[in-house]
Design a protein around this ligand. Structure first.
Ligand SMILES: NC(=O)c1ccc[n+]([C@@H]2O[C@H](COP(=O)([O-])OP(=O)(O)OC[C@H]3O[C@@H](n4cnc5c(N)ncnc54)[C@H](OP(=O)(O)O)[C@@H]3O)[C@@H](O)[C@H]2O)c1
Length: 504
């Protein structure tokens, strides 16, 4: 990353991953984090980019400091996502950021303008001649993430190709190490496949993915197919903070797909692109439904995913061979339970166990195991009939939220169902004592509570196509959740339930 143009959203994300929160207080840069987390190197990095970070906060990032107009207690006081976003909007306005291109609540018409502005480098008409042989060089983004690690593994298993992985790292060794470490942590590493993984040092948020023009062209020449899965997944940042990685990054991927030779693009989107408050409860979204639903999207993450998917689908209309995959809530592996500990459902489970309480909200519990999503994407991407299609990779057998209490009780945790307000108060008390990351789940649970995600996602195309390969999604049940709970206990993310402690 060039010093004169640091990527502050990425920097904030890296710091937040190691538990360090940064904020701006009266023109001073402040931080809070576990003892020893701020190493001398990280401190030097902060000093080096201090002015850029302060400027970034001033430009409308979410500042959750206690003294900020937008602190977490504002979240606690606002029970619905609509009012939460009003809080964000007010906070940004107070900071003089009215000039933001995308406001907190934005209609798909406004988002369309944002997508159109990004299209200028994409040819008007794209002519694709399908290759007669299997792809031998694959480009994958987000391979160090939760889903990306499984995609990398499934590509290694199911193809003979070399996999070029975009990775953020200072040198090739560290890049290779980051990819290997994730595969090892998930029990997927196979020494014999190591030579087929080629790290490509870069960054989605940078022009040309952070590569030199020469490197970018060489890559475009070398690869046969692209899996674009990487994204900055953050439910608190505003659109302005996510645009570089999620929208500009997708624009650069489209450039890569269209220069030298036309390459099929497999794009990982999200059902979040339809989570709009104007869609009635029980409205069914089909895989072929238009993105232009005319509703209002709340929160930078869904907005950035909408604009990115729109870009990809506009390129598809121009002739680029594209398939779009919209996962639901990706959860632990259905057999091993391997799971991310950063996502909102894992943090909700943690809050339930720590507080011995779950909020009683009238919503659906949807859990789509990572192995179903990954195997589904790889299988579908290898069927010529999937091009120009969209697939919902969601659990076709969800259940009501209240059953989560039963699943946890069956495992031995005693969990009470409490009102949403009581639960928010308990989280508030808990997080002021321990500054736990579980506070981060409030915005998304508020969205569930407000009913903005009650729409149903039909996944007929995906289910039908995957049935041919005997790939199916297990229903949401105790059986699906329990391996994930065991994984959390094994990795000290959760304490074991009392009954289990007494066994040994
Ligand atoms: N998790 C879900 O429930 C869910 C649901 C629907 C859709 N999705 C979509 O699925 C995809 C994968 O999600 P995930 O849950 O696996 O997320 P994740 O674990 O947070 O992984 C994100 C990946 O993207 C990479 N990335 C982020 N910003 C980048 C940048 N500026 N340059 C290069 N790489 C960057 C990360 O690299 P680092 O390791 O360097 O940070 C990481 O490899 C995303 O597109 C997401 O929108 C996820």
């Amino acid at each position: 990353m060039a010093n004169h143009n640091p990527d502050i959203p990425n920097l904030l994300q890296r710091f937040s991953q190691i538990g360090i929160t940064l904020w701006c207080d009266n023109g001073q840069l402040r931080f809070r984090g576990p003892k020893g987390a701020l190493t001398p190197d990280l401190k030097a990095e902060l000093q080096q980019h201090k002015q850029a970070i302060l400027a970034f906060f001033g430009q409308g990032s979410v500042d959750t400091s206690p003294s900020s107009p937008l602190n977490l207690s504002s979240f606690y006081q606002k029970p619905t996502l609509v009012s939460l976003n009003q809080v964000i909007a007010n906070a940004l306005e107070n900071k003089g950021t009215e000039g933001n291109a995308i406001a907190t609540a934005t209609t798909t018409e406004q988002l369309l303008q944002e997508a159109m502005a990004q299209l200028k480098d994409i040819p008007d008409s794209i002519h694709f001649v399908p290759a007669q042989k299997e792809p031998m060089a694959i480009f994958l983004t987000g391979a160090t993430g939760f889903l990306g690690t499984y995609l990398l593994n499934d590509l290694l298993e199911q193809t003979q190709a070399t996999i070029y992985c975009l990775v953020r790292a200072p040198n090739l060794n560290t890049g290779q190490e980051r990819l290997q470490t994730k595969l090892k942590a998930y029990g997927l590493w196979q020494e014999t496949q190591g030579t087929r993984i080629i790290p490509v040092l870069g960054d989605l948020a940078e022009p040309l993915l952070g590569l030199s023009l020469d490197q970018f062209q060489q890559l475009a020449y070398a690869i046969d197919i692209i899996y674009h899965n990487g994204a900055l997944v953050n439910f608190v940042y505003p659109y302005t903070a996510l645009k570089a990685a999620n929208v500009n990054g997708t624009r650069e991927i489209l450039k890569l797909a269209t220069i030298h030779k036309i390459k099929p693009l497999h794009y990982v989107s999200s059902i979040g692109v339809f989570l709009s408050s104007h869609l009635a409860t029980d409205h069914v979204i089909y895989e072929q439904d238009s993105l232009d639903h005319g509703g209002t999207l709340y929160g930078g993450y869904s907005q950035s995913k909408w604009v990115a998917e729109k870009l990809v689908s506009l390129a598809s209309e121009r002739g680029l061979p594209v398939s779009i995959y919209r996962p639901g809530t990706i959860t632990g592996h259905s057999q091993t339970g391997v799971c991310s500990t950063q996502d909102w459902l894992s943090l909700t489970l943690k809050s339930a166990v720590l507080l011995k309480a779950l909020p009683a909200i009238d919503t659906v519990l949807e859990m789509t195991p990572v192995d179903y999503v990954s195997q589904g994407i790889i299988y579908l991407s290898r069927q010529p009939s999937s091009l120009h299609q969209c697939f919902h990779l969601v659990n076709p057998y969800p259940c009501h939220w209240h059953q989560l209490t039963d699943f946890l009780s069956n495992f031995g945790y005693q969990i009470q169902s409490v009102s949403f307000e009581q639960w928010v108060q308990q989280v508030k008390n808990y997080t002021t004592e321990s500054s736990s990351s579980i506070a981060n789940i409030l915005p998304i649970l508020q969205a569930h509570g407000s009913g903005s995600n009650q729409v149903k996602f039909n996944s007929e195309n995906a289910v039908h196509a995957l049935a041919k390969a005997q790939i199916s999604c297990p229903p949401v049940s105790s059986q699906l959740l329990h391996p994930q709970l065991s994984y959390f206990i094994h990795h000290d993310f959760l304490p074991a339930p009392p009954a289990r402690i007494s066994v040994n």
